[in-house]
Design a protein around this ligand. Structure first.
Ligand code: NAD
Length: 481
């Protein structure tokens, strides 16, 4: 027998220990060739004063095994406790979140009986970089960061996932009709990478109508790849409309590490009663078995689980008179799955994992292409509580050297020159300076204009350089400009 694959296991809080115990019993009975190291995370660690919920010794185990099978944990209320999930995801660089959303009709009630969609969510960037500032009395800002390597990695992951899991189509959702640079980059990279996979159908939807279509006709989608925020929201929508939030598992994959879990929380009210459904965590474990190169074990577990569902052996959360045959506890459910190892479902589709291809291992991005960058101007953001015309007059009185004030906008809409008197303005203004002779400008020009503004008592908050990259504009125009 080949060497055992070491994995790190955390039993978590609330229902965690019971569902982890049940899941591991099934996984071991299915013949998994694994070597388990257990770590403690969550409530007890938080309450010992470790605000991240995880201790140094636990990181040592994760660094060694690189595979983390994690039960849900309870985050104590208040007290500055940081989300353990975010800490683990960011520290281990788990950039891809994979969530299969499948309906199990007629055994689990759903309005969408033929749904089988996989959401691939970018996990590290977008508005989740958490870079926020209050800039004026009126205005707060959160930076949305989309990078080329980050987008390449997640989109390539989605296509590789599709190839290795016999999927036919990858769909991309963005809002690039509005966010032409950030979401525009994600869409552009999607088109570039899609061209490398001619055997996989590809399509792009604007996220609003795409989300509406997903909620209405999920059977039209196969794999969907999205930036972080849309993915966060729509992966929950997808799991919910499949009828089975409690049944979904997920994988978080990085270049060197991977974490597998249920999508639900620790359900503290159900803890210690042998009631909870272990299916979400078990299906997370199935994704893990594929990841560590034991697809035949994944298949045995998954098909036995489908057969158990089909036989109507259900925990309280999905038990329905007339559909279910037996209401069971966590432990008895695990026994029922173990008893069916080796069997396939007869109504639901039997799952087959690709045994030739290895699981999708995370891939790096292509080497950085350094473009010729020219700075054409600078946006100076200003905190000012008066009217547009007053601000324009004040700024025009400021000596601006090689720069020329070309536009003022408020919440993105051009208000000077030739604004509309009806426009509501906050106290947060973008004042756009361009090189006065349309030539490139220098850092010194920017320092000079800030110095002049400072001497004139203009309260600037921040600047953004206006650059071209190989001649392509790297900034948006003002709306109405
Ligand atoms: P929850 O998912 O724990 O519970 C929501 C509802 O679903 C409850 O009614 C619960 O009884 C039920 N439920 C959840 N899992 C179930 C299962 N396996 N079987 C049967 N019923 C199940 O969400 P919550 O109540 O908002 O959060 C409880 C705690 O979990 C909080 O401390 C929260 O921070 C934490 N949480 C942790 C994770 C994680 O570790 N990944 C994720 C979400 C929430």
């Amino acid at each position: 027998m080949s060497e055992k694959t070491p994995i790190t296991v955390a039993y978590g809080d609330g229902i965690g220990p019971e569902i982890m115990d049940a899941s591991l019993r099934i996984i071991k009975a299915a013949g998994a060739n694994i070597d388990i190291e257990t770590i403690e995370i969550g409530e007890s660690v938080y309450l010992r004063g470790e605000t991240s919920g995880i201790e140094a010794s636990a990181w040592d185990s994760l660094r060694k095994t690189r595979v983390f099978y994690k039960a849900p944990i309870t985050t104590p209320q208040g007290g500055g406790y940081k989300s353990l999930n975010v800490t683990v995801r960011k520290t281990l660089g788990l950039y891809a979140n994979i969530r299969p959303c499948v309906s199990y009709s007629p055994f689990v009630r759903t309005k969408h009986p033929i749904m089988d969609t996989v959401i691939v969510r970018e996990n590290e960037e977008d508005l989740y970089a958490g870079i926020e500032h209050r800039q004026t009395d009126d205005v707060y800002q959160c930076l949305k960061l989309i990078s080329r390597p980050g987008s390449e990695k997640i989109i390539r992951y989605a296509f590789e996932y599709a190839v290795r899991n016999n999927r036919k189509k990858v769909t991309c959702f963005t809002k690039d009709n509005i966010m032409k640079l950030t979401d525009g980059l994600f869409h552009k990279i999607f088109d570039e990478i899609a061209a490398e996979y001619p055997q996989i159908e590809n399509e792009h939807w604007i996220v609003d109508i795409g989300a509406a279509k997903l909620a209405d006709t999920p059977e039209a989608f196969d794999v969907i790849v999205m930036p972080n925020l849309y993915g966060d929201i729509l992966s929950d929508v997808a799991a919910q409309i499949a009828g089975s939030v409690g049944l979904a598992g997920s994988a978080n994959i990085g270049e060197n590490f991977a974490m597998f879990e249920a999508i639900h929380g620790s359900a503290p009210r159900r803890a210690g009663q042998n009631m909870a459904n272990p299916s979400g965590l078990l299906l997370g474990g199935v994704l893990m078995m594929v990841h560590i190169g034991q697809p035949e074990v994944a298949e045995r577990i998954h098909n036995a689980w489908l057969k158990t569902m089909e036989d109507g052996i259900h925990t309280y959360d999905i038990y329905k008179e007339g559909v279910s045959t037996q209401k069971v506890g966590t432990s008895e459910f695990a026994d029922a799955v173990i008893a069916r190892l080796g069997q396939n479902p007869s109504t639901l589709k039997t799952v087959v994992y690709n045994k030739d291809a290895k699981a999708v291992k995370a891939m790096g991005a292509s080497p950085r292409k350094v473009a010729k960058k020219e700075t054409l101007g600078v946006d100076v953001f200003v905190h000012y509580a008066g009217t547009t015309d007053e601000l324009a007059a004040k700024l025009q009185a400021v000596p601006s050297g090689n720069l020329k004030l070309s536009m003022i906008s408020n919440r993105g809409l051009k208000v000077w020159p030739n604004g509309n008197p009806e426009t509501f303005c906050t106290d947060h203004w973008r004042c756009r300076y361009m090189g006065s002779d349309s030539n490139a400008i220098s850092h010194n020009d920017i320092v000079s204009i800030l110095d002049a503004c400072s001497k004139a008592g203009i309260d600037f908050i921040k600047t953004e350089n206006l650059c071209t990259f190989d001649g392509e504009y790297g900034f948006s125009m003002g709306q109405g400009q």
